[in-house]
Design a protein around this ligand. Structure first.
Ligand code: COA
Length: 261
């Protein structure tokens, strides 16, 4: 993993830690950050050292306070469409990543920040986290998939309310709505919770984990029959060494050792 200007990277115990590192701008996403995310997630897929990803924001105040408003203040119709399509493409790479990605959201998780967190497979919030899609205050709408993913996660009525009012909600309310999986008092505890979930996942068969990601994502693809995707993936599982290992280990009353092959 190379060096990046706006994202800190570190690999520890098979987990890639990504920290959006633009604290003076509350980690707002600029063009550079998005391209760095693209490069990183392109590499994550095939990098054998990386088994899972935790994505967070630098400091205590914000995960990501949105797209960088300085860069979206003078868009025209043509580059606005490109702006949205580019962000959607990169966030889809995260959503479709074959390894689990958890967002640890500390503080403001707004606009593109909320959309980024929603593209991850799970979200763990610190108690001071605040969520919202305040784009309407700027005369625009979410453009990085937020209208779709927020509706999927919390339902149409609540998604409409959040996007139309631009109101922020706190971490507890976000949990009650199903937007986040867990709320922990501090960032350290939120990171520890993410690490503990990933430790459990990393003991399972990696190919099966990747297939669960594919099948769950297939629920939301109109061009795909999710049941068919599930049956095909199930069939692919039984061709793997991990299937032989998992079933043999059970019958031999021992712990399986999965190799991802
Ligand atoms: N893009 C660019 N810069 C941003 C930003 C964003 N989305 N969000 C915050 N910043 C910058 C501020 O401009 C400020 O920079 P400055 O110190 O050079 O003036 C710095 O981050 C700190 O923000 P500030 O507004 O002073 O902090 P606050 O505690 O008073 O308010 C927020 C925090 C998050 C409520 C407020 O910054 C905000 O509303 N940000 C925009 C959120 C938004 O609309 N996101 C969707 C964008 S599409």
């Amino acid at each position: 993993m190379g060096d990046f200007h706006t994202i800190l990277t570190e690999i520890k115990n098979g987990v890639l830690y990504l920290t959006i590192n633009r604290e003076p701008s509350l980690n707002a996403l600029n063009f550079n950050t998005l391209e760095e995310l693209r490069t990183i997630f392109d590499e994550v897929v095939d990098n054998k050292e990386i088994k899972a990803v935790i994505l967070t924001g630098a400091g205590e105040k914000a995960f990501v306070a949105g797209a960088d408003i300085r860069e979206i203040a003078d868009l025209n119709e043509v580059n606005a469409r490109k702006f949205a399509e580019n962000g959607q493409e990169i966030f889809s790479m995260i959503e479709n990543c074959n390894k689990p990605v958890i967002a640890v959201t500390n503080g403001y998780t707004l606009g593109g920040g909320c959309e980024l967190a929603m593209a991850c497979h799970m979200r763990i919030a610190t108690a001071n986290a605040k969520f919202g899609q305040p784009e309407v205050n700027l005369g625009i709408i979410p453009g990085y998939g937020g209208t779709q993913r927020l509706t999927i996660l919390i339902g149409r009525g609540k998604a409409n309310e959040l996007m139309m009012t631009g109101n922020l909600i706190d971490a507890q309310e976000a949990k009650e709505l199903g937007l986040v999986n867990h709320v922990l008092p501090t960032k350290e505890e939120a990171m520890a919770k993410a690490e503990s979930i990933l430790k459990t996942i990393m003991e399972k068969a990696p190919l099966a984990i990747g297939m669960i990601i594919d099948c769950v994502n297939a629920v939301y693809l109109s061009e795909e029959n999710g049941y068919q995707t599930e049956a095909n993936s199930f069939a692919r599982c039984v061709k793997s060494g991990d299937y032989v290992e998992g079933t043999s280990a059970f019958l031999e009353k021992r712990k399986p050792v999965f190799r991802g092959e």
